[in-house]
Design a protein around this ligand. Structure first.
Ligand code: LLP
Length: 417
């Protein structure tokens, strides 16, 4: 076994569902993102079913992986969506998502993005400041609409995760300071074109313990009770995303235990519960397939130079993130300690340090747990066309995004006359 249930070894070949990865490389080339439909479906169902009979909405955080096929798959399963831009709204609509299941998060929503979301009739705007509330009120008034709003409150809880992806501390740019939230909720009543419907928080990403979630949830429930006592009607509570996944040795709580812990805290309250998971729905349902271009042995280190790079998967370079790297054909002999690096001209361009692998030129490698924040954070740095994306469904392989062509990559650029 590979340790990744959706990607088992069969006869020494690493597979996704019933398909061997070397077949995908032969057909679609490398680098290539590969996703498992069964793994995506199972991850969604685990969250969704954990709510049992309670009124809830799972809003998949589109930023984690915004491929239309992925969004469409979740839409078909009944998912809602958490978006952070007009672009993500467009993707959700194109993928057949229901706008009435969309929440719009983010600290810097532009007026044109607000307009598009109001026109689409989204479920809720998660507003992060008084200035944003005033702007939304103005835009809604111009359109003759009432904007449904939650205030995103910053509960000042330590998520105990990487500082770049921790969002719920008082020094972070996110949310309305906890101590000011009540005042803003009450003064929001003066805005005729916003209607307060909910309460929202999100404390960070890749959390591997339940405690910070429970602490944040408790603070939000206290606030909820105080708001209700003042006569405000809060119809839903959005507890954000952030549940971590196993990249190597982490032991994050299972989705069902996470949901159960939140539900236990919420008790008999009648509000609809929203969550915004991203990574936990897609992270371990995808991998990045890459080929060894060259082996380079120096007196100090052994390098495997592969055809995927930091432009394809920036997480190692940006967060020093660890992704397991597995051989597509298992062949235990002659393992060496390799630095797995890409062709980009930066020392930070690595996918893994000190990996024990037996490698030859031309071998295929799978960079695991790359379904979340892989393709969606990719770039064209070094004028590298973006990778292809493939989704496997049983024994079928679907190309869900073509490899970018050089024509597409250069299409928008113009030289001076
Ligand atoms: N809701 C809000 C308001 C968010 O800002 C995020 C993620 C999520 C939900 C989904 O969080 P998740 O369930 O995926 O942890 N690029 C980083 C992660 C950035 C997360 C940003 N916000 C990474 O590769 O680790």
């Amino acid at each position: 076994m590979s340790g990744f249930p959706s990607f088992p070894y069969r006869n020494t070949k690493l597979c996704v569902e019933s398909v061997a990865l070397d077949r995908i490389a032969a057909e679609f080339g490398t680098p290539c993102y590969v996703y498992s439909r069964a793994a995506l479906t199972a991850a969604y169902r685990e969250f969704d079913s954990a709510f049992a009979g309670r009124d809830h909405l799972v809003c998949y955080a589109v930023k984690a992986n915004s491929n239309l096929a992925v969004l469409n798959l979740f839409a078909r399963l009944g998912s809602g969506f958490d978006i952070v831009s007009g672009g993500e709204l467009q993707r959700v609509l194109n993928a057949g998502g229901d706008p009435q299941k969309v929440v719009f998060s983010g600290v810097g929503k532009r007026p044109d993005e607000m307009r598009a979301a109001l026109a689409a009739g989204i479920f809720c705007f998660n507003v992060e400041s008084e200035a944003e509330l005033a702007t939304l009120n103005r835009i809604a008034a111009e359109m003759g609409k009432i904007a449904p709003v939650s205030l995103r409150v910053n509960p000042d809880v330590d998520a105990k995760t990487h500082p770049y992806i921790s969002t719920g501390l008082k020094e972070n740019k996110f949310g309305i300071p906890f101590d000011e939230a009540e005042k803003l909720y009450l003064s929001a009543r003066q805005f005729a074109h916003v209607h307060i419907t909910g309460l929202d928080c999100h404390i960070g990403s890749q959390l591997t313990e339940l405690d910070p979630f429970v602490e944040a949830c408790g603070k939000m429930l206290g606030l909820l009770d105080r708001l209700e006592a003042q006569g405000l009607q809060i119809e839903h509570l959005d507890l954000g995303g952030g549940l971590g996944i196993r990249y190597s040795a982490e032991k994050p709580p299972a989705a069902r235990d996470y949901v159960a812990a939140l539900c236990a805290d919420i008790g008999q309250r009648s509000q609809r519960i929203l969550i915004e998971p991203g990574r936990a729905l897609v992270g371990n349902a995808g991998l990045l397939l890459t080929r060894v271009e060259y082996l380079k042995h120096t007196p100090h280190r052994d390098f495997a130079i592969v055809d995927a790079a930091m432009n394809d998967l920036i997480r190692p370079a940006l967060y020093d993130a660890h992704h397991e790297i597995l051989p597509v054909t298992a062949n235990g002999s002659n393992a060496k300690t390799y630095q797995i690096v890409g062709p980009v001209c930066e020392t930070g361009d690595f996918l893994g340090h000190d990996r024990k692998l037996a490698l030859s030129q031309g071998d295929l490698l799978a960079v695991m747990s790359a379904g979340a924040y892989g393709m969606s954070m990719s770039s064209n740095y070094n004028t590298r066309p973006r990778a292809a994306e493939v989704m496997v469904d049983g024994d079928r392989i679907h190309l869900i995004r073509e490899r970018e062509s050089m024509e597409q990559l250069l299409a928008g650029e113009k030289i001076l006359p």
